[in-house]
Design a protein around this ligand. Structure first.
Ligand SMILES: [Fe+2]
Length: 384
């Protein structure tokens, strides 16, 4: 979790009189997590953030589950997800459980006529292709290829794309998404052994204050239902804010890999964690330097987790016939490992250019109809 940040105008203390140039009071809003027991931010709005004009009929976006109980190694071709102009329509959940939802999206247009708020989940949007700006009441956060954008639950946002071809790998986390505890000291600072540092964490930098009243549609998602709320003022009407809760970006290209004489286990690649899952980043790095090291991973059984790998770029040394945007799902207890020939092929190699994002979940993942629709046939036999 990032540190204290502030933008715009603030009064000298919390919860005191703070007036606009016209003499009216600013509307103070505290956005807090875990009740009032964890990180929060204090925002000052031009208008009341509570003025709801109307709520349209809610509608479900719950994905159809095809494999409720999965016990088979599977793979999915992520780039076969069809692009859609609309951002929300473009989001296709492929793997879900009670802790996370893994979604692929290929939106081709910026969000212009509505805003989105996920009230159930923190979102990590990994930018596989595309460039643009995340707009929130906390300011502008530019993004490009390789960024993990972390958006805390309850944040109203709009995505502006500067590119027509955008490929997003989205992880919804139904618990707060954090940096690994072991990376941080007691004060929350990233330690020397952490593969990234506060300097690598990009915060909103340019506050946009929209002094606009009218009818502003915010599509609010909670428990797989969208509630179309119409508000009387622009959601980004904040003149100033401070605190620890805001969206931020961490580029996979700023992740400094930890390497060793022999094969290093996945925890050295960790980026984030939450209830029931961890995420990792596999980045270009020098291979193990013991003279007889085998750089390819060993066969392994995850006896406590389902393992999801999302292949981003480079050549994937341990896999045969893997394409960019492809996902592999290796469920709890079923051994998996390098494809035939990959271990021998890796011996003597000095470096890898692979780039991949991993999500390990401690509860089984269910496969949706979107996932089944892009599944690679008989992947589970691919070691024959
Ligand atoms: Fe694995």
């Amino acid at each position: 979790m990032p540190h204290y940040h502030k933008l715009g105008k603030l009064p000298s203390k919390r919860h005191i009189v703070f007036r606009k140039p016209d003499g009216e009071l600013y509307s103070e809003q505290v956005v807090s997590t875990e009740g009032f027991s964890d990180i929060y931010s204090i925002t000052y709005h031009l208008y009341l953030p509570t003025k709801v004009l109307k709520i349209d009929e809610p509608f479900s976006v719950a994905p159809e589950i095809v494999y409720d109980k999965n016990m088979q190694n599977r793979s999915f071709k992520g780039f076969e997800i069809e692009p859609e102009e609309d951002y929300l329509k473009s989001r296709k959940p492929v793997l879900v459980n009670d802790d996370v939802c893994i979604t692929l999206a290929a939106p081709s247009k910026s969000m212009t006529d509505y805003f989105f708020k996920n009230s159930s989940a923190d979102e990590m949007i990994f930018i596989h292709k595309g460039e643009g700006v995340l707009h929130t009441m906390y300011g502008k956060l530019p993004f490009s290829y390789g960024d993990h954008i972390v958006i805390p639950r309850g944040t109203v946002y709009q995505l502006e794309f500067k590119t027509a071809e955008n490929r997003l790998f989205i992880l919804e986390s139904y618990s707060p998404m954090r940096f690994p505890r072991r990376y941080m000291n007691g004060e929350g600072q990233l330690l020397e052994h952490s593969p990234f540092y506060e300097r690598d964490v990009r915060k909103p930098e340019e506050l946009e204050t929209f002094d606009k009243q009218g009818d502003f549609l915010i599509l609010i998602k909670r428990n797989e239902v969208i509630y179309p709320y119409h508000y009387a003022s622009h959601p980004f009407d904040v003149a100033g804010w401070d605190g620890h809760l805001y969206p931020y970006a961490l580029s996979i290209h700023d992740f400094e890999p930890l390497t060793g004489r022999i094969h290093q286990p996945p925890p050295v690649h960790q980026t984030f964690e939450g209830r029931g899952y961890v995420t990792c980043a596999f980045v270009p790095r020098l291979y193990d330097y013991h003279p007889q090291a085998i750089p390819a991973p060993y066969n392994h059984s995850n006896v406590d987790s389902d393992e999801v790998l999302y292949y981003v770029d480079g050549d994937f040394m341990s896999r045969n016939n893997i394409q960019k945007g492809q996902i592999t799902l290796h469920p709890i207890g079923i051994p998996h490992g390098p494809h035939p020939g990959a271990i021998e092929r890796s011996i003597g190699k000095k470096e890898t250019k692979e780039l991949a994002v991993m999500v390990d979940t401690f509860k089984p993942l269910k496969v949706t109809a979107f996932g089944a629709g892009i599944e690679v046939k008989d992947y589970y036999k691919s070691w024959l």
